[in-house]
Design a binder for this molecule. Structure first.
Ligand SMILES: *Cc1c(COP(=O)(O)O)cnc(C)c1O
Length: 425
């Protein structure tokens, strides 16, 4: 039977049989026992499905990953130890030294650094394009060795909304997949696969966990990208893997499972950045209420945004739920039920004004975090993005006075009262 997203937030990923635990159990075990060495050998050869060592795969993590795959409308998923690990593994699974990727310039600071510094050292070159680029401009960024296009549904912290359909269409015209980091929108508000995205990633640390308790990530494959049709670009999926006696992932596991199986069997084996079962259990608790929390985050953020928009001490505001916003129409198209709880704005007085405003807040806490139940604020230019120079900051859409406000699910009047006194103090 197929269910709506509210039901899947609660029920998907795990259906206990008679006498089994009702709730996803925490399988806190590094290893799994077999009767014969032969049986275990088959697992190592990818000849049989099963668990043998939690560095590669763990049942608790897989149940939670299966739930998220259902929420995103994907064919397979894997949990990772962080959102950073998710984006790294997602890219590295189909790229290697000598390859090129295209990314929206307006992305999370950590991902920007991963692409522009760390992956560059590994010989993977990135071209950044504006998320507002035209189809022609995007086309012009492709090279012979381009392997994927990357963007965020709603960028952190600049809050641009990506035209996913246009990006997908253009990527596909060049025979490469579109990868979307859907952290801010969550599958409750946007399901990028429905708009043509091929791979979706998340920092589950944010809304999915939703309580600032657990760092984590997830990679979801749509199962729709035809790796075999572009076999010369993706030899890792379409030619024999020597580390598994010559298995060809697309042949053996089909398009629906090839990408995630390779990421599990090869990259988790070699990098070991999987999620821990206890953390996966906590992410699942967050997922169960995701469809209740997201509408409240959006409702509160809308009220706060409307308050800020009309306040004389606020110099500018960016929230795609506001009618005059540059991204209002795109947000209505891709997220008709609401976008996210994150707002960015500038206060009069630039960097200094921002810092004074923040230190006067009482309910909203200054933290290096975003997208959880508690209202919080951050000044990206002096924290998450401080490794960037002024030019890079502008390219990333981060001005010196930008305050990122993550509106929680407390009472909206209390949140507004706190902001008001801090603005007027
Ligand atoms: C936080 C974040 C990440 C990184 O996730 P971690 O869980 O902190 O490693 C990646 N992308 C986006 C959009 C984020 O907000």
């Amino acid at each position: 039977m197929s269910y709506k997203i509210e039901t899947n937030c609660i029920q998907a990923g795990y259906t206990p049989k008679s006498g089994e635990p009702r709730v996803i159990p925490i399988i806190q075990s590094t290893t799994f026992k077999y009767e014969t060495g032969e049986e275990m050998g088959k697992l190592f050869d990818l000849e049989a499905e099963g668990y043998f060592y939690s560095r590669l795969q763990n049942p608790t993590c897989d149940m939670v990953a299966a739930k998220i795959a259902t929420l995103e409308g994907g064919s397979a998923a894997m949990l990772t130890s962080s959102g950073q690990a998710a984006n790294f593994i997602a890219v590295f699974n189909i790229c290697s030294c000598g390859d090129h990727i295209i990314s929206s310039s307006q992305i999370y600071g950590g991902t920007f650094n991963l692409f522009s510094v760390t992956m560059k050292k590994m010989g993977i070159e990135v071209t950044f394009v504006s998320p507002d680029c035209t189809e022609e401009e995007l086309n012009a960024a492709f090279k012979e060795n381009t392997k994927l296009v990357f963007g965020e549904t709603i960028s952190n912290p600049s809050l641009c909304v990506l035209d996913i359909e246009m990006f997908a269409k253009t990527a596909h015209a060049h025979g490469v997949p579109l990868m979307i980091d859907n952290t801010f929108a969550t599958p409750v508000n946007c399901r990028p696969i429905e708009w043509g995205a091929d791979i979706v990633t998340h920092s589950t640390t944010k809304y999915m966990d939703g309580h600032a308790g657990t760092v984590g990530g997830v990679i979801v494959d749509s199962g729709k990208f035809d790796w075999d049709a572009h076999a010369e670009k993706y030899p890792g999926l379409t030619t024999p893997d020597d580390s598994y006696h010559g298995v060809v992932y697309t042949k053996k596991f089909g398009l629906e499972k090839a990408y995630i199986t390779k990421a599990t069997a090869q990259l988790m084996r070699d990098f070991g950045c999987g999620q821990a079962p206890m953390n996966a259990y906590m992410i699942n608790l967050g997922l169960e209420s995701l469809h209740v929390r997201m509408p409240r985050h959006c409702e509160n953020a809308q009220k706060v945004a409307e308050f800020l928009e009309n306040h004389p001490n606020v110099s500018w505001i960016n929230y795609c739920g506001l009618k005059g916003n540059k991204y209002y129409d795109l947000a209505q198209k891709y997220m008709p039920n609401g976008s996210c709880g994150v707002i960015s704005f500038g206060v009069k007085g630039g960097k200094e004004g921002a810092s004074k405003f923040m230190s006067r807040l009482q309910l909203a806490a200054i933290v290096t975090h975003v997208a959880d139940a508690r209202t919080c604020v951050l000044h990206p230019a002096t924290t998450t993005h401080r490794q960037m120079n002024d030019e890079e900051l502008i390219e990333a859409g981060v001005t010196a006075d930008l305050i990122r406000l993550s509106v929680g699910i407390e009472n909206a009047d209390d949140i507004i009262a706190d902001i008001k006194q801090a603005l007027e103090g």
